[in-house]
Design a binder for this molecule. Structure first.
Ligand SMILES: [Zn+2]
Length: 296
């Protein structure tokens, strides 16, 4: 009896030390799991993701970071269920007004070990770039406050997470400076599922796996507000496992953040799209590339 009690005590202690949000999965080898954490230092003035910036996270081959924008939404619970079933941790770039409307969902994201970042308060249709600067800053601030209040019960002067993504990737030099001054790294993406376009879950799965296998690794952008993404996510996570991909979680922490830089031939993919979408207000006026509809 004594031996049994001691065993239980030690088992309990191990659980305490590991903590519920540990990256190491206790799901067993048949699940995808979360292989490791990368600490993001929000004080380094980072802008990451090769679709928009010439710098990205230094991931190993076959490592992915999963990110979800525009929630919380009606479909977010389904997304969280799929991630939980595979012990996978992701980053949610939440819209402040949505977080205020569905605080329990944001709390669930945090309690299940996910990272929560910011994506403005209103996701303005004309983008933060085209708003008057002070109004854009106010929208960013209100989004941070709303998400932190939903997630943690209160908003303090400093954002709780060092993660920010511009709606539609429509940043500006002044807004990049502002987000950095507020202690956050700016996230673009290395690839995406194009889930702002209507498509079947099967088409979305084939599209994103094809892009991922071509690139070999990267920060992947989805929208937890999209039913096609919610429906394909279990199959996507199984496909990652089958193809030998590993999931990396972003956490807040001291730097240096591991980054890598693109070569001199690097070009933004998102600026030509923004330029077309916003009628010539992008940084680059290149209409020769293959068009892809507006990034949400
Ligand atoms: Zn968005």
């Amino acid at each position: 009896m004594l031996i049994v009690n001691r065993f239980l005590f030690l088992a309990g202690l191990t659980l305490l030390v590991a903590g519920p949000a540990s990256a190491a999965s206790s799901c067993g080898p048949d699940k995808l799991g979360t292989s490791r954490d990368i600490a993001i230092d929000g004080g380094e003035g980072l802008a990451l993701g090769l679709q928009s910036y010439p710098t990205t996270l230094a991931l190993h081959d076959h490592e992915v970071v999963l990110t979800f924008d525009d929630g919380p939404a009606a479909t977010t619970a389904q997304i969280l269920n799929a991630l939980a079933a595979e012990c996978v941790r992701a980053t949610f770039f939440a819209i402040g007004s949505n977080a205020a409307a569905m605080p329990a969902t944001v709390k669930r994201e945090v309690s299940e070990g996910h990272s929560v970042g910011y994506h403005s308060n209103t996701h303005p249709a004309r983008t933060l770039r085209l708003m008057p600067l002070e109004a854009a800053k106010a929208d960013i601030d209100a989004g941070i406050a709303a998400v932190d209040k939903a997630a943690y019960g209160e908003a303090s002067a400093k954002p709780r997470g060092p993660f920010f993504r511009f709606p539609g990737f429509a940043d500006s030099p002044a807004l990049l400076d502002y987000v950095h001054a507020r202690g956050m790294a700016v996230f673009g993406a290395d690839l995406w599922a194009s889930d702002w376009q209507a498509m079947t879950p099967q088409s979305e799965l084939a599209l994103v796996m094809g892009r991922l296998e071509k690139l070999g690794k990267g920060i992947v952008l989805f929208h937890d507000s999209k039913m096609s993404t919610a429906k394909m996510l279990p199959d996507f996570l199984r496909a990652l496992k089958d193809k030998g991909f590993k999931v990396v979680r972003l956490t807040a922490g001291a730097g240096p953040t591991p980054v890598e830089h693109a070569g001199p031939e690097w070009k933004s993919t998102t600026e030509p799209i923004i330029a077309r979408t916003l009628g010539g207000h992008g940084h680059v006026h290149d209409t020769t590339e293959k068009a892809e509809p507006e990034v949400k």
